[in-house]
Design a protein around this ligand. Structure first.
Ligand code: SAH
Length: 197
């Protein structure tokens, strides 16, 4: 299942002119397939209402749709919204796209999937976590390794608990986020949380 999924996700079109300030980068298909497979096995995808926050290319949300979720994709930027629509059409999928800032998201969902922006200069990534923890029963979020303890603390003060942290190394385009000029390899975490009983 994972291999086939990765193959399908590889067709998802990438940002043409990524907005660095919004940290627009396409989640690598291999990582997306892993995340989706893990969530699927936990029962958090099939027949679930899933939100993809900061949906960008639609990599996570469209992947969830492929695996039988009902998906709402939240994205604020015009070009990304257009790209997402094209990608959905290319895969023959229907997904609800809501163009709004994450701060305005107010739907209740079963699961949130997200690869939010993390900037040294703002707490936007934590805003995504705040929304996700408030509005869902399970969260699968990608974040830079260096923020693990901060996010765990954040989750600790919410109605969720951390179920697991998986480590990955991905290569990012130059000038993004948390890597040095020499190496584009970035250590990241997949952090999984669930609402406490
Ligand atoms: N999962 C996406 C990742 C996109 S990168 C993919 O694999 O393609 C993060 C996305 O969040 C970008 O598309 C960016 O435009 C969007 N974004 C950044 N800040 C946002 C905000 N405040 N509200 C909504 N979307 C935002």
């Amino acid at each position: 299942m994972k291999t086939q999924l990765k193959k399908e996700l590889s067709n998802i079109g990438d940002f043409e002119n990524p907005r660095i300030s919004l940290e627009q980068y396409r989640t690598p298909p291999g990582l997306a397939a892993d995340l989706l497979h893990t969530a699927y096995m936990q029962g958090d995808i099939e027949d679930r209402r899933v939100a993809d926050l900061g949906a960008g290319t639609g990599m996570l949300g469209l992947g969830a749709r492929l695996l039988g979720a009902e998906v709402v994709a939240v994205e604020k930027e015009d070009d990304a919204v257009r790209l997402l629509g094209e990608n959905a059409e290319m895969l023959g999928l229907e997904a609800e796209v809501v163009q709004q800032d994450i701060e305005e998201f107010d739907q209740e969902v079963d699961t949130v999937l997200m690869n939010p922006p993390f900037s040294h200069h703002s707490d936007i990534g934590l805003k995504f976590w705040e929304k996700a923890l408030q509005h869902s029963d399970a969260v699968y979020g990608i974040s830079p390794r260096g923020l693990r303890e901060r996010i765990k603390d954040f989750v600790g003060n919410s109605s969720h608990e951390v179920l697991g942290v998986e480590e990955y190394s991905i290569s990012l385009p130059p000038s993004y986020g948390f890597h040095t000029e020499e190496s584009h390899e970035t250590e990241i975490d997949l952090i999984i949380t669930r609402r406490k009983e």
